[in-house]
Design a protein around this ligand. Sequence first.
Ligand SMILES: [Cu+2]
Length: 524
Amino acid sequence: MRRLSKFLLAISMCGSSLLAAAQCPSRPSSGTVVQDALSLYSENGTLSADFTMGYSVDTFGYSHYCYKYQSTGGIVEAPTLRLKQGDTLLLNVKDDIKTTGADSMGGMDMSPTGTVCGDSGTATVQSTNVHFHGLNVPPICHQDDVLTTLIQPGSPGFQYKMQIPTSEPPGLYWYHPHVHGFTEFQVNGGAAGALVVEGMEKFRPEVTDLTERVFVLRQQYLVPWVPGPYQLTLNYQVAAAPGAPSPIIDMKPGEKQFWRVANATLQDFMPLQFWVNGVAQPVQLIALDGYPLAAPRMLNTILVPPAGRAEFIVQAPATGASAQFVSMGYSTGPTGNPDLEQVLANVELTGSAAASAAPVKPAEPAKAISADSLKFAGLKDATATTTRKIYFSEEFGGTNGPIQFYVTVDGQKQKVFEANEKPVITTKVGAVEDWIIENRALETHAFHIHQIHFLMEEVDGKPVPNPDLRDTIEIPYWSGSGPYHSVKVRMDFRDPTIAGTFVFHCHILLHEDLGMMHKILVEP
Ligand SMILES: [Cu+2]
């Protein structure tokens, strides 16, 4: 549910003055051929890039936040970062968010005291930082720390420097801002991009030589803090059929393509389908959340929660047929928002391949490398050292706004996240834990934990047929009677490089911003 909190109300009162110079690049028109973002590749083991976070309001009134990159062809938005296992990412981020009136609404007391990483000061709607969603890297300053890292406008900038682990699963990850209280605004405005750890073809040779596409699905509200209609976008092109022409994906008749799709929406649970003549076709699922599947899987529908990723092979029909990429409707429960069916793109059958599509490089060996060399291998057979229960809940009519969103360790008091809170869970490097995550709210939530993937074990107490490794998973709503829905997952804290304090939260970004998040400490 989207409801105004005191904080959001404060911002909405000065929302009309949130105007700025046109700082973000213009986005593609409706009904045009979808282009992939510019890809930046590592060279000699390093990918170095400079991003500037900008802000502007488009001619339709939508707020845009943007990761700007100066390419040889001009300024582009949110390039795809492509690295190999073991490569170093050097990302310099400068904050150039200029909003008139944002200062007058005041900063929010959400920034932690004590350790400061980057710039000091109070977190405001103009502050930013970067989270590397899914990467199994350290939660420390200059790497994937979101708790103490602030980049403030006008400062010289901040450098992220991290090594992609040599055992990092190859696949699709993504980056986005994660300043507590302001994540929704910036991601809503489009500040999100793809990150690919190369090498999928070594683990899933099915994708070898296929044309590869990277599709980032985003969502935008006209005014992000006011409930109302929203638009989905596909690589920044609005998908609002029948109100506007659909984006166009070019394929050759009969061509197989490898689609890597990130759900970078604020809140949309997306049951993705590929239709031919209006009928959902089986697609070959290759990877979820950046982790290659143990075996490919044929599916008519792939449910991708907000922040999840799905990588799959689709086949275009023969000449004369029509094909569409569709997100089906999804019920998020009595207090949730309906996620509506939406055509994301029409497939245009054309003799020439899409110019922007980069070919997947051929695999060196013809057969798949065993996933035993990847992080979290063998987790299924490990012995759990602890079992915990965590639950999502909502409370109406509280003191901090009309609705409160909680994620709680069973047995502890329900409370919203505070920047200076103590971790609600403390564990140690080496621990393997089973977590039962339950939803006691009348609304579906999306569980995400930073720094690690987790192994799916059970849904509603029954073993899952496919124990996939995930970093984000939907927990369906409670209907109001009967048992709560739950998932049981296995958390792997064996890797000493992820020691430190990080967070788990709901990835419906408004819920996260309103405190449906807590800290976990993994002691070295
Ligand atoms: Cu939620």
